[in-house]
Design a protein. Structure first.
Length: 306
């Protein structure tokens, strides 16, 4: 592959406490031909100052580096798009400013791409760890995971449940050039809307069954609120909007009418769960969600068996 430049984009927002771990993991990569772009979404803490100080001491480890700042908070997709728009690398690897790369992450991804020359976008396994203790709490995907081979089967499985592990995705820049940028209408989520468009353009995902990224489990992530057990309402709204705008119609076209209806109900329930302060109402919603999710499992099994 002639030692291609790989762009690693670190997306940050109030990441001052964790971003040094992320940057150190990039500096320690066994593969050296790396462009480092740090894209910050108008942090309220001193994230950019911390990053600039680190780059003053460590910038010589990279073929090019830059800090890209936003003057206002525009959401995760916009933060990712700044990386893509400024990337000079042949391959692009985006990571959040609280996760870390395995030391052979880039080399293993490039080796996989060299072996599978048709692969332009693929994902791998992550080790999930607790934020403060570093304790391993599982892996995603789990052992024995098998990605469907046919592109259409991959797409249908994605519509039912997004299985792509976003923190591990490694993507050729030509894919972004073909499908466009992350959809900034859904400010609290970047991954599913992009994969949807990747599938719609006929691209096929590949899976590399090794750990490449360490993913931090935090109560303050976008999918969680600060109160344990309650989803972040802005994340739920983005998920619901994306489902109704894109996924629902695709599911109905494939005969998943009941599934689409129940999933629409689930998003309304999840939003109620995120916004309620009534404990009794909260418990009732949780029960209904469990019943709905069990019904969804049965519907999917029946559809596959039928």
């Amino acid at each position: 592959m002639n030692n291609p430049v790989v762009t690693i984009g670190v997306i940050t927002y109030n990441s001052a406490k964790t971003v040094i771990e992320t940057l150190e993991s990039i500096k320690k990569q066994s593969y050296l031909n790396i462009e480092l772009l740090i894209s910050d979404d108008c942090s309220k803490d001193n994230t950019t100052a911390v990053c600039r100080d680190w780059l003053m001491k460590n910038g010589d480890n990279f073929v090019y580096f830059a800090v890209l700042e936003s003057k206002e908070n525009k959401g995760v997709p916009h933060n990712c798009n700044k990386v893509i728009d400024n990337a000079q690398g042949v391959w692009i690897k985006i990571i959040a400013g609280d996760d870390t790369l395995d030391k052979d992450c880039i080399q293993n991804n490039l080796s996989f791409a060299e072996k599978h020359t048709e692969a332009k976008i693929f994902f791998s396994k992550s080790r999930n760890f607790k934020s403060f203790t570093g304790e391993t709490v599982g892996y995603r995907p789990g052992d024995g995971y098998i990605l469907p081979d046919a592109q259409e089967k991959q797409f249908e499985a994605f519509l039912i449940k997004d299985y792509v592990n976003p923190t591990t995705v490694f993507c050729h820049k030509s894919v972004y050039d073909a499908v466009g940028r992350y959809d900034e209408r859904y400010k609290a989520m970047e991954d599913s809307p992009m994969w949807f468009r990747v599938f719609k353009r006929g691209f096929k995902f590949y899976y590399m069954d090794i750990v490449t990224v360490n993913y931090r489990i935090s109560d303050t992530s976008l999918s969680n609120s600060k109160k344990r057990g309650k989803p972040n309402q802005f994340w739920v709204q983005s998920k619901a909007d994306f489902f109704n705008d894109n996924v629902k119609e695709e599911l109905i076209c494939r005969g998943y009418h009941q599934y689409a209806r129940l999933q629409s109900i689930n998003y309304r329930l999840m939003f109620a769960l995120a916004t309620t302060n009534n404990l009794l109402f909260y418990c009732l919603i949780k029960i209904i969600l469990k019943i709905n999710n069990y019904a969804i499992i049965l519907i999917v099994k029946k559809h596959h068996n039928g």
